[in-house]
Design a protein around this ligand. Structure first.
Ligand SMILES: [Ca+2]
Length: 254
């Protein structure tokens, strides 16, 4: 691990120099934890110190609770082979897990991961988070849906767009923190922050260097996907990545 951290320091220094007009990187690495390279990460959220992760792919979708510091698994279930797991969030003692094209949101008891209920929805399921009241999901488009936790009905939507009025689609895994929605953009290895009231993009963070680090350690590392927030840090990973990176995102507010 020490060698990896040294390598990281060199890599970050080179990266910062190469940015030229942007001397300050978009983030700072605080710590690095292991991540199982068989996990095709689709949902990523902390409850206290416990990390809840949902993974995808047919016949290999899981829901897990574990200790991110040592990968000790507290609970794990396999989804039906018919389901391709997607976003995951925890609200009021329940875990909600989307499925990609099945139109089914699975609802579990948080403590036991026993499935208790299902909700149906129209369209695809991608990312999922919550603001303490409503469930918030993406579907790969530029629309973000705010839904009732009681029945998954749509309460309102926002369209994610830049200050130039350009819609941002491919919104994937989500996290709600500091009054903003944080989202992976599928395929871009970047994170944006979104005003939940207007849908305006407030900040954009290029994390592609983290994917390079992941690939250097495991060549099968896929795209960045997975944002979790705990104790003022963001924890990010990707599909099949060998690492979870604890990072501080630099403040981009004017
Ligand atoms: Ca998340």
């Amino acid at each position: 691990m020490k060698h990896l951290i040294l390598l990281l320091s060199v890599f970050m220094a080179i990266s910062a120099c190469s940015k030229g007009t942007t001397p300050e990187a978009d983030y700072e690495i605080i710590n690095i934890y292991p991540h199982n390279t068989t996990y095709f990460t689709q949902g990523f959220e902390f409850r206290g110190d416990t990390l809840v992760e949902g993974t995808g792919h047919y016949e290999n979708s899981k829901l897990l609770k574990y200790d991110h510091t040592n990968s000790q698994i507290y609970a794990e279930i396999n989804l039906s082979s018919a389901f391709f797991g997607e976003g995951v969030t925890i609200l009021n003692g329940k875990v909600y897990q989307l499925t990609w094209t099945s139109g089914i949101c699975l609802v579990y008891d948080y403590e036991t991961l026993t499935q208790e209920n299902t909700f149906s929805y129209t369209g695809e399921g991608w990312g999922l988070c919550n603001d303490g009241t409503d469930l918030i999901n993406s579907d790969g488009s530029s629309t973000i849906y705010f839904r009732s936790a009681a029945d998954f009905s749509i309460k309102r939507t926002v369209t994610v767009s830049t200050s130039s009025g350009i819609n941002v689609d491919e919104i994937n895994e989500l996290e709600y923190a500091n009054g903003l929605i944080w989202a992976n953009i599928w395929g871009e290895n970047s994170i944006i922050s979104i005003d939940p009231t207007t849908g305006n993009v407030e900040g954009r963070y290029d994390l592609s260097d983290l994917r390079e680090l992941a690939i250097n350690e495991y060549s099968g590392s896929n795209v960045l996907n997975g944002i979790a927030y705990k104790d003022s840090s963001f924890f990010v990973t990707g599909k099949y990545w060998p690492n979870i990176f604890e990072i501080k995102l630099n403040d981009q507010r004017p």
